[in-house]
Design a binder for this molecule. Sequence first.
Ligand code: IMP
Ligand code: MG
Length: 182
Amino acid sequence: MHNDIEMILLDSSELEKITDTLAERINSDYKDKNLLLLCILKGSIVFTADLMRKLHIPCRLDFMQVSSYGGSTVSSNQLKILKDVSCPIDNFDVLIVEDIIDSGFTLGCLVKYLEDKGVKSVDICTLLSKPSRREYEVDVKYIGEEIPDYFVVGYGLDFAEKYRALPYIGVLKPQVYENKEV
Ligand code: IMP
Ligand code: MG
C-alpha cells in the first residue's frame, strides 16, 4: 500500500465486481438504444476503460473536461468547459461516466448543458457517490458504491493530480492534505 494511504476502501477485486454489475445493467438497458459513453476527464478514465470493455452492445465514446464556477444555482452557464465533445451528439442516448459525485453541482450543470444540446436522453453512471455531501438534486441512474465522507484517491481519482494510477480506491491520510485546499 502507498505510504500516503490510510486505508483501502475498495480493492481491485471489489472494483471488478462493481464494474461487472454496472455493465450487466447497461448491457440490458441500452441494447435497443444509441449509446454514447461520455467519459468526464480526468478522473473517470480508468473507470470508463474498465466499464466499456464489459459492454457487449454497440457504443460510441467521447470525452469532456469540465469544472464548475460553483454559483448558488445549477444552470448550464455555470459550467466551465475545458474540453467539449468532438462530434454532434443530438442523435445519442448519452451516458455520462463520472468518477465521484460530491455536492452534485458539476453534474447538475452538465446534465442541463447536454439537455440544451438536444440529446435523445442523458443519464449518469458514477463509480462513487457521497450522499451525505449532496447539496444539489441530481438523478443518478447507476451508482457503483456509496461511500462515507472520506477524501478518496486512486483508480483515476486524484489529490493535486497525484495518486491517479493506484489500482484501488484508498482514503488519503489527513496529514497529506490538511494544509491544502481539497
Ligand atoms: P461536485 O460538483 O461537488 O459533485 O464535485 C465532484 C468532483 O469533485 C468530482 O468529479 C471530483 O473531481 C471531485 N471530488 C469530490 N470528492 C472527491 C474525492 O473524494 N476524491 C477526489 N476527487 C473528489
Ligand atoms: Mg471529476
